[in-house]
Design a protein around this ligand. Structure first.
Ligand code: NAG
Ligand code: NAG
Ligand code: NAG
Ligand code: NAG
Ligand code: NAG
Length: 354
C-alpha cells in the first residue's frame, strides 16, 4: 500500500503543455481575487488579532522586508502562468510542512549523510514545488538577506496559490522561524488517502484541528490532479484479495468505469483531475463530487460517514462559494499556526540548515 497523504494534488513538469492558461484568465483571476479580498475584509480584522496570539503577526516584515508579499505574489503568478497545476502542489507543501513538526520549513530540508529527511519519505513521491520555493528564497535573500523564513515563504505561497486559483484570500501572520530537524519517518503523521473517518478525525485532532477543519481543508481537493496509484486499490484491489471486480462499492459506478478506463492496475505514471472540468478553479464543486460519490480518495468518500462532515459536504454542494471561502480562510490560518517556532534561525537556503 502506498503511504500517500492528504491534499494529494501535485505538479509535474510535463503538465506545462497540457495546462497552459491565457493572460486573460490570469487577469480574471486577479480581479476575482480583489473581490474576494474585499468580501473578506471583516474576516481579516477578526483573525488578524487572533493570529498574533500565536506569537506571529500580520505585517511582521513590514519594516525588515516590506516587499516580501509583493515579491512572493509576483513569483507565484509567474509560475502558475506556466503551470497552473502547481497551485495544488504549493498548497500541499504548506500542509505537509505544518503536519510534521509544525510549520517550520522541515519539509524543505535535504537528507544528509546521517539523516533521511521528510522530503525523502514515501509521501514525497508526489510532492512538487521545491525548486520553485528555492527560487523565491534566492530572490528574497537578494532583497533582504537572512530575514524571511522558509516556513513563512511556504505559508505566503500557499495563500497566493489559492488566491490565483480564484479562491479566497486571508491575512498570513508571519514571524515563523525555521526548524533544524527533519526526519523521514515522522511523515507517518500525515493522513493517508486510504484513511477512514475516525483516523482522519484523530489525526487532525492531534494537530489541534477540528472535524470542521477536516471537511473544510478537504475542500482543497477542488484543485489539483492525482496519480492513479494513490487510489488504484479502490478500482482493483479494495479488499486486498485482488479478485475480479474487487472495487470499492461506495464509488459511483459510472465514475468507477471511467477511472478504470484511465487508470490501469499498477500504473505508476498516469494521473487524473481530482475535480474534473474545474480542477484549476477553487470552488465548491469538490463537495458536489463527494455528494455524488465521485471523490477520488477513500478519505474523500468517508466524509459522508460522520454527521458533521456529511452535513458540511451536503450543504456546500452547489451552494455559493462565500461560506466555504470564509471557512477555508479560517482553517488555513489555524493550520498555519501549528507548532510554529518564534525563536531560532532563518535559513539562508531552504534545503539546508545554516
Ligand atoms: C537539496 O537537494 C536538491 C535535490 O537533490 C538539490 O537540487 C539542491 O541543490 C540541494 N540543496 C543544497 C543546498 O545542496
Ligand atoms: C523520494 O524519496 C526516495 C527515497 O524514499 C528518494 O530515492 C527520492 O529521490 C525522493 N524523491 C524526491 C523528489 O525527493
Ligand atoms: C525514526 O527515525 C529516528 C531517527 O532517524 C529513530 O531514532 C526512530 O527510532 C525512528 N522511529 C521509528 C518508529 O522508526
Ligand atoms: C480505521 O482505521 C484504523 C487504522 O487503520 C483502524 O485501526 C480502525 O479500526 C478503523 N476504524 C474503523 C471504524 O473502521
Ligand atoms: C492487493 O492488495 C494487497 C494488500 O494491500 C497487496 O498485498 C497485493 O499485492 C495487492 N495486489 C495487487 C495485484 O495489487
Amino acid at each position: 500500500m502506498f503511504l500517500n497523504n492528504f491534499l494529494h494534488g501535485f505538479f509535474t513538469d510535463q503538465s506545462k503543455n497540457t495546462f497552459q492558461i491565457s493572460e486573460q484568465q490570469m487577469a480574471a483571476a486577479g480581479s476575482m481575487a480583489l473581490l474576494a479580498s474585499l468580501a473578506l475584509a471583516v474576516l481579516v480584522w477578526s483573525v488578524g488579532s487572533e493570529a498574533a496570539q500565536g506569537g506571529l503577526s500580520v505585517g511582521y516584515y513590514s519594516t525588515s522586508c516590506p516587499n516580501v508579499e509583493a515579491i512572493v505574489r509576483e513569483e507565484v503568478t509567474r509560475a502558475l502562468r506556466l503551470a497552473p497545476s502547481l497551485a495544488a502542489a504549493l498548497l500541499r507543501l504548506h500542509f505537509h510542512d505544518c503536519f510534521v513538526r509544525g510549520c517550520d520549513g522541515s519539509i524543505l530540508l535535504n537528507s544528509t549523510k546521517r539523516n533521511v529527511a521528510e522530503k525523502d519519505a514515501k509521501p514525497n513521491l508526489t510532492l512538487r514545488g521545491f525548486g520553485f520555493i528555492d527560487r523565491v528564497k534566492a530572490r528574497l535573500e537578494r532583497e533582504c538577506p537572512y530575514v524571511v523564513s522558509c516556513a513563512d515563504i511556504l505559508a505566503l505561497v500557499a495563500r497566493d496559490a489559492v488566491v490565483l486559483s480564484n479562491g479566497p484570500t486571508w491575512p498570513v501572520a508571519t514571524g515563523r522561524k525555521d526548524g533544524l530537524v527533519s526526519i523521514a519517518n515522522e511523515t507517518i503523521q500525515l493522513p493517508p488517502p486510504t484513511a477512514n473517518i475516525s483516523t482522519l478525525i484523530s489525526m487532525f485532532a492531534s494537530k489541534g484541528l477540528s472535524v470542521k477543519d477536516l471537511v473544510v481543508l478537504s475542500g482543497g481537493h477542488t484543485i489539483g490532479i492525482s496519480h492513479c496509484f494513490s487510489f488504484n486499490d479502490r478500482l482493483y484491489n479494495y479488499t486486498g484479495k485482488a479478485t475480479p471486480n474487487d472495487d470499492d462499492p461506495t464509488l459511483e459506478r459510472h465514475y468507477l468505469a471511467k477511472l478504470r478506463s484511465i487508470c490501469k492496475p499498477n500504473d505508476p505514471t498516469t494521473f487524473v483531475e481530482m475535480d474534473p472540468g474545474s480542477f484549476r478553479t477553487f470552488d465548491t464543486s469538490y463537495y458536489k463530487l463527494v455528494t455524488k460519490r465521485r471523490g477520488v480518495f477513500h478519505s474523500d468518500e468517508v466524509l459522508l460517514e460522520n454527521s458533521v462532515t456529511r452535513d458540511y459536504v451536503l450543504s456546500h454542494a452547489g451552494a455559493s462559494e462565500s461560506d466555504f471561502f470564509e471557512d477555508f480562510a479560517s482553517s488555513m490560518i489555524k493550520m498555519g499556526d501549528i507548532g510554529v517556532l518564534t525563536s531560532g534561525e532563518v535559513r539562508k537556503k531552504c534545503s539546508v540548515i545554516n
